[in-house]
Ligand binder design. Structure first.
Ligand code: PLP
Length: 215
């Protein structure tokens, strides 16, 4: 069984079931809801698989809270508009970061230099609103650089209307050892950047001024 977490791509940009996956999962708390104000999840697949999940969910009591259901439904009304904007901004920011002398590496499948660019191009209609980059000077540099950002919120979250940044070393991969992060090719100075819907030139200016702090 092939299970795809499509949270980053969203159904607007990629449809794994039509590409042969059996089950597609989304953290609806991210792009689907889009406002960082509700927790929920989505599982999509063939009826027999979903029936099993539905039953498991029933006996475990993981019901969506009414207010979260309302917030997610309301958030999804603007999903398409938000995703178009966030995808466009992410590509522009990735390209801008790539030419910055203080940036070591930019990871974004929309960049032609990304090892999986051709696969992404063939199966996606956009490359997502999330990118990551590593800064020269590693963790010491990002400790200086991140607090200087005026528009980006520092949090472990992603996929909302506000731009959110978080170093994996203290967010998504905080529970790994330094050796495990190295094995997973996650530099200690990596920054995850989830584009919001702010003006992209404002976001670039913000990155520019914050990077001068370590330059
Ligand atoms: C790609 C991806 N999938 C799933 C999840 C889990 O989301 P939730 O906390 O809504 O269960 C996350 C959380 O960061 C995520 O980034």
């Amino acid at each position: 069984m092939v299970v795809v977490d499509n949270t980053f791509a969203t159904p607007i940009k990629q449809n794994p079931l039509s590409l042969g996956a059996n089950l597609v999962l989304h953290s609806a708390s991210k792009f689907l809801g889009g406002h960082a104000d509700a927790l929920g999840g989505v599982a999509c697949g063939a009826k027999d698989v979903i029936e099993k999940l539905y039953h498991y969910r029933e006996i475990n009591g993981a019901s969506l809270a009414p207010m979260d259901a309302y917030s997610l439904l309301r958030g999804m009304k603007t999903l398409c508009l938000r995703i178009e904007r966030q995808n466009e901004s992410a590509l522009i920011i990735a390209q801008w970061l790539q030419q910055h002398p203080l940036i070591e590496q930019v990871n974004y499948p929309g960049l032609e230099s990304h090892p999986h660019h051709q696969i992404a191009k063939s199966q996606m209609r956009g490359y997502g609103g999330v990118l990551s980059f590593s800064v020269k000077g590693g963790l010491d540099s990002i400790k200086t650089f991140l607090p200087k950002l005026k528009y980006a919120h520092m949090a472990a979250n992603l996929g909302c209307v506000e731009t959110v940044v978080g170093p994996p070393v203290v967010t998504s991969h905080v529970e790994c050892t330094a050796e495990e992060r190295a094995a997973a090719e996650i530099p200690e100075g990596l920054v995850r950047y989830s584009c919001g819907i702010e003006d992209v030139q404002d976001l670039i200016q913000d990155l520019k001024q914050a990077l001068t702090e370590i330059g």
